[in-house]
Design a protein around this ligand. Structure first.
Ligand SMILES: NC(=O)c1ccc[n+]([C@@H]2O[C@H](COP(=O)([O-])OP(=O)(O)OC[C@H]3O[C@@H](n4cnc5c(N)ncnc54)[C@H](OP(=O)(O)O)[C@@H]3O)[C@@H](O)[C@H]2O)c1
Length: 360
C-alpha cells in the first residue's frame, strides 16, 4: 500500500488513542493532521512531526490545509458533523467512528457522499462487521441485518432499580472500554438506537430490515440474514483496534496484536431480545429514524444534553429517556437543506432539552 496520510480527529479520546497505536504499528500509515476538543496536542504533534494541529473549533480549514488521504472522525457528538460532511463532499475516504454525525446529518451526508463518490468505512464495530458480511453480496439477497448489543451494565436491573443507579455504575461497561458518552449510551441502549439509524444511512436499508439483539459477551458483532435462510456473522473479541485497523488499512487486512478466538476457554454465545420498556431510548431512536427529517438530529441532540446532565449528577439515569422523549414531542422534524439549517435544528432540540432539564 502506498503511504496513507491520515487526519486524526478526536486524537485524545479512546478511539483516537487506539488509532495512534494502530498507526504506529503500520509504517505506511502516517498522521498529517490532529484535532481535539480542548486537550492539548503539542506532545503527540511533536512526536509524530505533525504540522496541522487544531484544538476546538471548526476543522474544515485544517482539513483543507492538510489534504489527507483519509479522515478518521473519532470526535464525540454533533461536533463531528463538519468533518464528516467535508470528507464525504470532497470524496476523501472517511473512517467513521463519530456515529452522531451520520445520525444527525443523515440525508445531507448521503447526498454529499453521492456527490463526492469517496469511501465511507465504518469504524463502529457492528457496522464494520456488517460492511464485511455484506461485501460483494447482491442487495436483493439480503433479507435483514442484525446489530448485537451487550445490554450494558444494567441488563438485569428492574425498572425500579434503574431509577437509582449511579454514574459510577453506569460507567462500568461489562465488555467494552470506551469514552464516557458512549458508555452511558450503551447503558441506556441509546447507543444501539444511534447505530440503528447509522446502519440505515450506511447501508441504505429500511428500518424494518434492521434488528437489534442483546448478546452479553459482545463476541458476535453483527449478522446478515440472507433470503435463502443462511446467516453470516462476524466474530471476534471486543477490541476496537480490529475495526480501526480494518478501516485504516482497507482493502488490506493487517495483523493486529488482538488474539484470535480461543475455543478451549469456552465461548458464550447467548442472545435475547432487547427490553424496550426498561430501555425506551432504543424504541425512541427507531421511531425517530422512521419519521426521518430532523427527528434523528433532535434525538441525538436531546440525548447529548441528557447524558451530560446525568454525568454531572443533575438528573437520575431514568430521566435521560424522559427528557429525550419530551424534546421529540415538541419538534416538527422538518427536513433541512444545508448545514446551517441542521445546526439550527440541533440547537432547537438542545434548547428544548435544557428547558425540560431546568424543570426537573
Ligand atoms: N470508544 C469506543 O470504543 C467507540 C466504539 C464505537 C464508536 N465510538 C464512537 O467514536 C466517537 C468517539 O468516542 P470515544 O469513546 O473515543 O470518545 P472520547 O474518549 O470521549 O473522545 C472524544 C474525542 O473527541 C474530541 N472532541 C470533543 N469535542 C470536540 C470538538 N468540538 N472538536 C474536536 N474534537 C472534539 C475529544 O477531545 P478532548 O479530549 O480535547 O475533549 C476527544 O479526543 C463517538 O462518536 C463514539 O460513539 C467509540
Amino acid at each position: 500500500m502506498r503511504e496513507r496520510r491520515i487526519a486524526l480527529l478526536g486524537a485524545t479520546g479512546s478511539i483516537g488513542r487506539q488509532a495512534l497505536e494502530v498507526i504506529a504499528a503500520n509504517p505506511d500509515l502516517s498522521v498529517c493532521a490532529l484535532a481535539s476538543g480542548s486537550q492539548p496536542l503539542d506532545d503527540v504533534a511533536t512526536q509524530l512531526g505533525v504540522e496541522h494541529v487544531q484544538v476546538g473549533g471548526d476543522v474544515t480549514d485544517l482539513l483543507d490545509a492538510a489534504e489527507p488521504d483519509l479522515v478518521l472522525n473519532a470526535v464525540v457528538g454533533f461536533a463531528g458533523v463538519g468533518a464528516t460532511l467535508w470528507a464525504l463532499e470532497h470524496g476523501v475516504t472517511l473512517a467513521l467512528a463519530n456515529k452522531e454525525s451520520l445520525v444527525a446529518a443523515g440525508d445531507l451526508a448521503v447526498a454529499a457522499w453521492k456527490r463526492g463518490q469517496g469511501l465511507l468505512l465504518p469504524v463502529d464495530s457492528e457496522h464494520s462487521a456488517l460492511f464485511q458480511c455484506l461485501a460483494g453480496r447482491a442487495p436483493e439477497t439480503v433479507a435483514s441485518v442484525v446489530l448485537t448489543a451487550s445490554g450494558g451494565p444494567f441488563r438485569n436491573r428492574s425498572a425500579a432499580e434503574l431509577e437509582s443507579v449511579t454514574v459510577e455504575e453506569a460507567l462500568a461497561h461489562p465488555t467494552w472500554s470506551m469514552g464516557p458518552k458512549i458508555t452511558i449510551d450503551s447503558a441506556t441502549l441509546a447507543n444501539k438506537g444511534l447505530e440503528l439509524i447509522e446502519a440505515h444511512y450506511l447501508f441504505g436499508l429500511e428500518y424494518e430490515r434492521i434488528d437489534v439483539v442483546v448478546h452479553p459477551t459482545s463476541v458476535v458483532h453483527a449478522l446478515v440474514r440472507f433470503r435463502d435462510g443462511a446467516a453470516l456473522a462476524h466474530l471476534g473479541y471486543p477490541d476496537m483496534r480490529v475495526p480501526i485497523s480494518f478501516a485504516l488499512s482497507y482493502p488490506e487486512r493487517r495483523a493486529t496484536s488482538v488474539p484470535g478466538l480461543d475455543f478451549s476457554a469456552g465461548l458464550q454465545l447467548e442472545f435475547e431480545p432487547p427490553d424496550l420498556d426498561r430501555f425506551p431510548l432504543l424504541a425512541l431512536a427507531r421511531v425517530s429514524g422512521e419519521r426521518g427529517g430532523t427527528y434523528p438530529c433532535a434525538f441525538n441532540a436531546a440525548n447529548e444534553v441528557a447524558v451530560a446532565a446525568f454525568l454531572d449528577g443533575r438528573i437520575p439515569f431514568s430521566e435521560i429517556a424522559r427528557l429525550v422523549e419530551d424534546a421529540l414531542g415538541e419538534i416538527d422534524g422538518a427536513p433541512v437543506r444545508d448545514l446551517a439549517e441542521l445546526v439550527e435544528a440541533d440547537e432547537q432540540a438542545r434548547r428544548l432539552a435544557e428547558r425540560r432539564l431546568a424543570a426537573v
